[in-house]
Ligand binder design. Structure first.
Ligand code: DNO
Length: 411
């Protein structure tokens, strides 16, 4: 794997020097200061390439290179095919062209309506005092039904789910309610802006009449527009799965399981239409087996996010279906990381044997627990330094051990 690290640009509390010292070689970043839908100019791209490659203080090379763009976000107009969506696709294409001119040809993006990844608690404390991200299905329902009061929300939940949400809501303090709302509506790092509940309701309104089939078709239309350009310039589009991988707030979701990926690849056959295999996102659905999905889609995986999730202790089958999960250490949890890494190594070896120059797959240790050292550094939740260093080191060790036992060490 190419050991990569998500960096949010010069404002990121984690410096490029920290990242290089953690042993990563590749940077995953975006022009976060440019609003979704606006053009990424060549000048801005060139500036960021330079910022990554050279240490601004010593003016010495950092030893790092920007190799994956995460994300060139897709505007809501394109997802909903409303407003100036065709013009926005043209802008998107121009941004891609400009990126390719600077050697940036691996692009992560997603097609999640309104919200990007969603959590209900950004600081769920573990017994050792570190914290992780939690996604509680009952808290989502309670927020939807009783805080947001989305019109028609009750149709999205079974009677049992409504009961659970009621019970939870009845025992929440005002502070806890605010914490859930903020976690859901806060623009998480690298994603959308913060939203107020009223703004959120307006955004949800834009999806009235757009079901999963329609959204899927809109994705295929978008990709059909950009794929000829991508094929010409060698641009690999790596779609990121839905997180959590199921419909929320009445919004359709179209990239949540293996069947969704099969349908997408069948509709858009170009190999440049590929996947960001995020084991944690797919892992947020108990029926998904992210390691098996890695094996299944290996040739079209252009980028990987490796992390793990765990489901709280369950009393019975019904509880498992609650789909409440929190993020866990990178190697342990629902995702079989040994099998995932084995699939990654085998795919890299296949690419190497096929003569592909860039046969190593860029991988970033996704998320990581927030430790005391991270709080001092004021790291973003999920994008800690300590937690991700541990994650990267564990993944690197796993790769090292597996490669040598499979007889294909990396030099
Ligand atoms: C969460 C990330 C997402 C992801 C985007 C990709 O940590 O995996 O924000 O970057 O959804 O477009």
């Amino acid at each position: 794997m190419r050991q990569s690290w998500r960096w949010f640009g010069p404002q990121d509390p984690i410096t490029l020097r920290d990242i290089a010292q953690a042993g990563a070689t590749d940077i995953v970043t975006a022009l976060h200061h440019i609003r979704c839908g606006d053009l990424w100019t060549e000048a801005e791209i060139a500036k960021r390439v330079q910022e990554v490659a050279f240490d601004p203080v010593t003016n010495r090379p950092t030893g790092l290179r920007w190799s994956v763009v995460e994300s060139v976000a897709v505007h809501e107009d394109i997802k909903t095919q409303r407003g100036p969506w065709r013009e926005r696709i043209e802008v998107y294409k121009q941004s891609l062209t400009n990126l390719a001119k600077h050697g940036l040809t691996t692009i992560c993006y997603n097609f999640m309506p309104v919200l990007d990844w969603t959590r209900t608690d950004l600081e769920m404390e573990l017994p050792d005092g570190s914290s992780v991200l939690n996604c509680d299905a009952d808290a989502i329902a309670a927020f939807d039904l009783f805080i947001l009061k989305r019109p028609g929300a009750s149709a999205s939940y079974s009677a049992d789910e409504v009961d659970r949400a009621k019970t939870l809501f009845a025992r929440l303090t005002d502070e806890e309610k605010a914490r859930i709302s903020n976690s859901i509506l806060m623009g998480l790092p690298g994603t959308v802006d913060d939203l107020t509940p009223a703004e959120f309701l307006t955004e949800l309104e834009r999806y009235r009449g757009i079901d999963a089939n329609r959204l899927r078709q809109n994705l295929v239309d978008f990709l059909s527009e950009i794929m000829p350009l991508c094929d010409r310039l060698g641009i690999r589009m790596a779609i990121h799965p839905d997180d959590p991988p199921r419909p929320i707030f009445g919004l359709p979701r179209i990239l949540s399981c293996a069947e969704d990926v099969v349908a997408l690849f069948a509709a858009v056959p170009s190999a440049n239409c590929g996947l960001t295999l995020c084991t944690g996102s797919f892992g947020g659905r108990p029926e998904n087996n992210p390691a098996a999905m890695f094996e299944q889609f290996a040739p079209r995986i252009h980028f990987a996010h490796l992390r793990n999730v765990t489901y709280p202790a369950t009393r019975n089958e019904k509880e498992v279906n609650r789909r409440t999960f929190h993020e866990s250490n990178h190697l342990t949890g629902h995702v079989d990381m040994v099998r995932t890494m084995t699939a990654l190594i085998r795919e890299e070896e296949r690419r190497k044997a096929a003569g592909q120059a860039d046969w190593l797959i860029p991988v970033r240790p996704d998320h990581g627990k927030l430790m005391d050292i991270d709080r001092a550094k004021k790291c973003y939740n999920g994008y800690s330094f300590g937690g991700r260093v541990i994650g990267l080191a564990e993944l690197r060790g796993l790769e090292f051990g597996l490669r040598s036992s499979l007889g294909c060490p990396v030099m």
